[in-house]
Structures are given as structure tokens and as C-alpha cells.
Ligand binder design. Sequence first.
Ligand code: NDP
Length: 300
Amino acid sequence: MPEAKRIDGKAFAEGLVNRITRAVAELQARHGLKPGLAVVIVGEDPASQIYVRNKGERTEASGMRSDTHRLPAETSQDQLLDLIADLNADPGIHGILVQLPLPDHIDSSAVLGAIDPDKDVDGFHVVNAGRLAVGLPGLVPCTPLGSVMLLKDQMGDLTGLNAVIVGRSNIVGKPMAQLLLAESCTVTVAHSRTRDLPALTRTADILVAAVGRPEMIKGDWIKPGATVIDVGINRVPSADPEKAAQGKTRVVGDVAYAEAVAVAGAITPVPGGVGPMTIACLLMNTYTAACRSAGLDPAL
Ligand code: NDP
């Protein structure tokens, strides 16, 4: 059997960002509207700081306004809620993203629930989860949205295909299930209590791994020719024992790529698969929110 096609999420995301950048320029030229994204970070978590800096740079590079609000770790929940209220009321801000995790003394769901659903570019607000579930236009979580874009680009019409999603989180697994149901797939969602997971995953024409366990899904769990979307991002010790001893790490997915590539028809690599789509979809959601705020069609 030939080796699986490598789904190049990085290239697809670059193309999408280019389309968004052109659309943003046109929105400003024709309607005087510049999409604005506010990113809020509380505390000094180094990984979160890097994510936030990256989001700000990418937002500006696409021609949008980017505001970053860096708050100290001791910020109270009320202070954070006051900032959210200000951003909700700011007509120059169309997207609000609160970087997770928040410090323990802050109730994340209260904060996410305070964001205006029409500015909720992460798509985590219950109103957006509800809109997705009943098929109303809303803002869809970026990682599953980007994953489905890759699937449609790769496979075209997904109607009638068996999709198995491993993972049922609110940010990946569940919205992924809703999106694939909307594409008329037959969807099964597996989780830590699923019985005989390998037998289930072997029924999948589309297998989505969103577990957070390095290389858990083995080659013989995959139906020959299936399309595999590996959402997982796991940092593990370097494969080179000498480098590992120096504390060097590498990033792997939830799928054992070297085995899977010999069985699957197509597969996203980690890194370079789903990851780049997440930030591209954040920009797309910000553009979408800005267009809708002015009653314009956000189609790219
Ligand atoms: P969560 O930890 O919130 O959810 C993990 C899910 O996997 C849960 O539903 C859990 O089941 C299930 N699970 C855990 N162990 C097993 C097992 N042994 N067998 C079957 N199911 C299992 O993770 P997220 O959804 O937030 O993220 C999943 C992965 O995706 C992570 O690696 C994360 O880093 C990555 N990620 C990547 C993004 C990207 O941009 N590419 C963005 C977001 C996440 P149960 O509900 O029963 O506990």
C-alpha cells in the first residue's frame, strides 16, 4: 500500500491567511472598517505569553487591529469582568479572546460567559455552542473549524462517511462532532470510558484524534485508506537519548505517525497539520465578527 498523503496544514493555512489579508484590506477600503481583536492574558505563564505574542503579531500582519491586555496574576475576577465589559462596549473591537488557563482564583466559565457571543472569536460561549448545535450562524471554535476545512479540501463531499472522534472536550471533540454531523457524516464520539477503542477507530473513514496522549493511536487502529486528523500537541523527550538527557524535547501528536502513515490514505503531521489552522481560523473568526457587526457578508 502506498504511503499516506501528508495533509499540509501549514500551506493551507498560509493560503487562508492570504485570503483574509486581502479581504481585510478590501473591507477597510470599501467600508472604512478595520477588524479589531483584543487578547487578554492574566499572569506570567511563559507558554501563554508566547501564544499571545504570536496571535498579536499575526493579527497585525493581516492588517487588523490588535490590542493585548496583559494583567498581573493577582487581578481579581471583578477587575477582569470590568475589562470584558469595556471590550464588549468598544465598537473598534470585534473579537475578544481570553487566553486560558486563568489563575485558580478566577472562574473561567464566568469570564468566558461574560464575553459578548458576537465577539467570542474562540467560539467557547454557550450561546455559540448552542448555535452550532442547532445550525444557526455563530462563531465556531478555531481548531475543529480548521480541521474540517482541511478534511473538505482533502476529501470534498463528506456525506455518509463514518467519522470517529476520540475526545469529547468542549473546545475540540464536541464542536468537531457537530461540524461533521452538519456535513452529514455518521459521527461517533469516543472518550476515556469507550470500550474496545481500537475496534471502533477501525470503522472510521475519518478518524479525529483529540486526546492529549502522545502517539496513543497505533497504525493497526486505523482502517486502511482512512483520513486521519491528528489534533494532539504533546511535548515528549527528544528521540535522541543524548539530547533527551540534556532536557531537549520534541512535539508529537496523538497518533503514532510512523505507523499510521503506512495504513492511512491521508494524515495531518504534527507539527504542520492542524496547528497552523487554529490561528488562521482565529483571524477568520475576527474578520467574520467584524463583517457581521456591520451587516456585511463575511464569505471569503
Ligand atoms: P482534553 O484533555 O480537554 O480532552 C481530552 C479528551 O480525550 C477527553 O474527552 C478524554 O476523555 C479523552 N481521553 C483521554 N484519555 C483517553 C483514552 N485513553 N482513551 C480515549 N479517550 C481518552 O483535551 P483537548 O480536547 O483540549 O485537547 C486534546 C489534544 O489536542 C491535546 O493534545 C491538545 O494539546 C491538543 N490541542 C491542539 C490544538 C491545536 O491548535 N492543534 C488546540 C487545542 C487542543 P474523558 O472526557 O472521558 O476524560
